[in-house]
Write a protein that binds this ligand. Structure first.
Ligand code: NAP
Length: 267
């Protein structure tokens, strides 16, 4: 789970906004950035879970946290939330577009339309809405860094991955587009594309809570959410003239999207 890091106030006064912050990679990144002194804007739909996360983080690190409870698929709510941020919170330095999901795992010809809509609306349109709302705030500051959560699925299409893979390929293309359009505004843009990551709700969400189908990490050692948080912080903490644009990060036993050496949890 989350490694406990000592507090280091090196980013005092900086604000990081993390979408999908109450579980998995977003949650781990929230802890990591809190430990490095960032003030945090944490966003997700499940309010109680978000409040519990904020409570836990604050009990460990003396930082300020603002919670935004909304669905990134709702453009009106997204633009309203970011355009009405209190003055002390509208100078966002860092955005992690992390809210996202896979739903289902079926051949295209048997695919579930509702699953497809949910993935495209969250992974692609939600990311677009949040970015479009936050970028003007970064432009006002003449500085910022946006990291988009891609996936190895966006680089290597795999059987039954079809629409999830397409949504993550779109994240990579959007990252490239934002990078090109924003570089003259001193705003850095990057993507990170992990293979399998545990300590997340990803598989349970994909398989609609079916524990048996979601049991996909027991016979190999995947990445942890902490591994991704640590890498995201590394990217964010490079000097301002350095923009790591794209990272592919895989567990050692998983060289590609489809090849996993399931020979036990090798440490
Ligand atoms: P997770 O544990 O299920 O976390 C997803 C987060 O997104 C939760 O905080 C969830 O909170 C939030 N969320 C989902 N739908 C939302 C919506 N419509 N509006 C606002 N927030 C929403 O999954 P994860 O594995 O950490 O995934 C994070 C990102 O990493 C995703 O983009 C995923 O595609 C990507 N990724 C994951 C893996 C992996 O193996 N785990 C690998 C590669 C890439 P609420 O439900 O409360 O809204």
């Amino acid at each position: 789970m989350n490694n406990i890091l000592p507090f280091d106030n090196v980013n005092q006064g900086k604000i990081a906004c993390i979408t999908g912050a109450n579980a998995g990679i977003g949650l781990s990144t929230a802890y990591y950035f809190a430990s490095k002194g960032y003030s945090l804007i944490l966003l997700a739909r499940r309010k109680e879970k978000l409040e519990e996360v904020a409570h836990q983080i604050k009990s460990m690190y003396p930082i300020d946290i603002l919670l935004i409870t909304l669905d990134v698929r709702n453009e009106m709510e997204v633009s309203k939330a970011f355009s009405s941020l209190p003055e002390a919170w509208n100078k966002i330095d860092f955005l992690l577009n992390n809210a996202g999901k896979a739903k289902g795992f079926a051949p295209f010809q048997e695919g579930n339309l509702a699953h497809w809509e949910e993935m495209i609306d969250t992974n692609v349109k939600g990311l677009i809405y949040v970015s479009r709302a936050v970028i003007p705030l970064m432009m006002n500051k003449k500085r910022g860094f946006i990291i988009n959560l891609g996936s190895i699925a966006g680089k290597q299409t795999y059987p039954n991955g079809n629409v999830y893979c397409a949504s993550k390929a779109a994240v990579i293309a959007l990252t490239e587009g934002m990078r090109i359009d924003l570089h003259t505004h001193n705003i850095r843009v990057a993507s990170i594309s992990p293979g399998h990551v545990e300590d997340t709700e990803f598989a349970m969400v994909r398989f609609d809570g079916d524990k048996e189908r979601a049991n996909i990490y027991s016979d190999f050692n995947p990445l942890t959410a902490f591994d991704i948080a640590e890498t995201i912080y590394f990217m964010a903490s490079r000097p301002n003239h350095v923009n790591i644009q794209d990272v592919i990060i895989m567990g050692t036993q998983q060289p590609t999207a489809t090849i996993v050496h399931r020979n036990g949890r090798v440490e």
